[in-house]
Design a protein around this ligand. Structure first.
Ligand code: ADP
Length: 276
């Protein structure tokens, strides 16, 4: 009886070893990102994730906005126009726009080391360049306008969510601009061009094309590409991203209108109470 038990145990042990060995040598199945013409989260190729945009979410900043592109959540705060420090950076003819993009340590699965790194410095720079063309910097000489973007939760497309939030926050701060900037990405997953890639698609996909657009000026203010696309695929990705930007632009305008209609209703109510 005891012998049988030992034998059974040996078999189990041998089986376990074979299993682990097979796992080690068997090639890992690539994750299928498109099943029956749908993406893993059920979206069609040209569908954006659920998007939420809110203006004026912070009491202490001059302007602010909160943006959700699915599980990517971004918060932007604007301070200024105000005296610039250090003073030697001041421009006599115009304002200096400064942008800091940052990922909060708990925004990703493994805690991210706090503080700037190469990636966040690059994204801060391209975000500033995406916003600068629409801001009337010459209206605010000798001042600084500071934009802070915090990624609260990251699931791909953080730079485009950040730019979208920053643009609404600038408008909320009352900074004069020729237009808003809306941003959206497109990419290639399982050989298909799709809009607004999520984390799984970004990690396992073939390309990512973030785009920022000023629709009124018909001007692209950010265009980057990670991965490889043919010329035809690139054109399709760019079209998808631009279409996405236009939808997001409408939501940005709605968010600003919502904020100011609430303020106007409040003012009217107070006026009515005063005249009673
Ligand atoms: P974007 O966020 O604009 O898509 P990237 O292509 O640089 O820019 O990053 C893709 C995604 O990778 C991010 O949105 C985020 O979900 C993830 N990611 C970036 N940095 C980190 C990090 N330090 N730790 C874990 N995930 C990260």
């Amino acid at each position: 009886m005891a012998k049988k038990t030992i034998k059974a145990k040996e078999e189990i042990i041998t089986d376990d070893l074979v299993d682990t060995k097979e796992k080690e040598t068997a090639p890992e199945e690539p994750l299928k990102l498109i099943v029956n013409g749908k993406r893993l989260d059920g979206r069609g190729f040209n569908d954006l994730r659920p998007i939420k945009i809110e203006a004026g979410v912070l009491e202490r900043a001059d302007g602010s906005a909160y943006v959700e592109f699915g599980d990517t959540h971004a918060l932007a705060a604007v301070y200024g126009p105000r005296e610039l420090h250090p003073r030697h950076l001041t421009e006599p003819q115009q304002a200096v726009l400064r942008v800091r993009y940052d990922m909060i340590p708990f925004s990703v699965g493994d805690r991210k080391r706090p503080g700037p790194d190469r990636r966040s410095i690059e994204i801060s720079k391209v975000t500033r360049e995406a916003l600068e063309p629409v801001v009337f910097l010459k209206h605010y000489p000798k001042t600084g306008i500071d934009v802070f973007i915090e990624i609260v939760q990251a699931d791909a497309g953080t730079r485009v969510a950040g730019i979208t939030a920053a643009s609404v926050a600038l408008a909320d701060a009352g900074i004069e601009m020729s237009d808003l900037v809306a941003a959206c990405s497109a990419g290639k997953v399982d050989g298909e061009i799709v809009v607004d890639v999520n984390g799984a698609e970004d990690n396992n996909g073939e390309a990512d094309v973030p785009v920022a657009l000023s629709p009124k000026n018909n001007r692209i203010t950010l265009l980057q590409m990670d991965g490889q696309l043919t010329e035809k695929e690139f054109d399709k990705a760019l079209n998808y991203a631009v279409e996405g930007c236009k939808k997001i632009y409408q939501m940005q305008k709605d968010a600003l209108k919502r904020k100011y209609s609430v303020l106007t209703e409040g003012l009217l109510e107070n006026n009515n109470k005063g005249s009673e």
